[in-house]
Design a protein around this ligand. Structure first.
Ligand SMILES: Nc1ncnc2c1ncn2[C@@H]1O[C@H](COP(=O)(O)OP(=O)(O)OP(=O)(O)O)[C@@H](O)[C@H]1O
Length: 233
């Protein structure tokens, strides 16, 4: 579905992603690693917001390197950024509708997609008239995911969705993501390896801009190195 081939990115002279190769299949994948490992930079490179020093990225067989960000989004890549970036003064309903307007192929299905999103996140329907900025952190995260889904993506990328949420809410969110992967492929970056391994099929552990371990969720859960370094044991 998504293939990153030997990509490198830097900020000025500082290399941040180093000759990284990564293949993301349909289903769900986790990209794990500590603060500063380069996870967000990879997402920005996929969107074309950070340029590649070397390598190439392709999505469903189409090379992205020369495409603008909105063209990449139109191909079916939707990102939920770390900071959520909702429109806080607009209502929940308006935020969702805006999410469905960005991609031409999603526009004609807005009403149906809205129903589907509200089935996944019933709280959003209850709060349609509420201003997004007045909702709790967990509800705002659900809205951010819901808004991204309104674009009917083929690949949904979530950048550290657990950030700033209390553990019970994180648990619920990953349960929802686990169910959602039947309909849309998911790539999630996380520092919270333990929770996210419940929701993904495969995972990649990053350190210093490189992938150091790859495996299925089971393999990573049972890998003593992963347990020691990333699961607080
Ligand atoms: N715009 C920027 N300019 C300069 N350096 C940056 C910029 N953005 C990120 N960096 C640096 O690049 C490195 C990788 O950052 P990145 O945000 O990709 O990591 P991350 O794995 O997503 O971590 P986090 O959990 O903090 O989001 C870090 O050392 C960071 O300080």
């Amino acid at each position: 579905m998504l293939e990153l081939k030997n990509i490198s990115c830097s900020y000025g002279r500082m290399p941040v992603v180093r000759d990284l190769t990564l293949k993301i299949e349909e289903g769900s994948t986790g990209l794990f690693g500590p603060n500063g490992a380069g996870k967000t930079t990879i997402i920005n490179a996929i969107l074309g917001l950070v340029s590649l020093k070397t390598g190439s990225i392709s999505f469903r067989g189409i090379e992205l390197n020369k495409l603008k960000t909105h063209e990449r989004v139109h191909l079916g890549i939707s990102v939920v950024p770390q900071e959520r970036e909702l429109f806080p003064l607009m209502t929940v309903y308006e935020n969702l509708i805006v999410g469905g307007q960005n991609v031409p192929s999603a526009r004609e299905h807005v009403e149906k997609t809205l129903e589907e999103v509200c089935e996944i996140f019933p709280i959003l329907k209850e709060r349609f008239e509420q201003k997004a900025g007045t909702m709790s952190g967990g509800q705002q995260r659900q809205l951010a995911v819901g808004r991204a889904l309104m674009a009917k993506p083929k690949l949904l990328i979530l950048d550290e969705p657990s950030l700033g949420l209390q553990p019970s809410i994180v648990h619920d969110l990953f349960t929802i993501l686990k169910d959602m992967k039947k309909d849309v492929s998911i790539m999630v970056t996380e520092q919270n390896v333990r929770e996210s391994l419940r929701a993904v099929d495969t995972g990649h552990i990053m350190e210093n801009g490189e992938i150091i371990i790859t495996g299925t969720a089971d393999e990573l859960s049972n890998n003593p190195e992963v347990e020691k370094a990333y699961m607080g044991l």
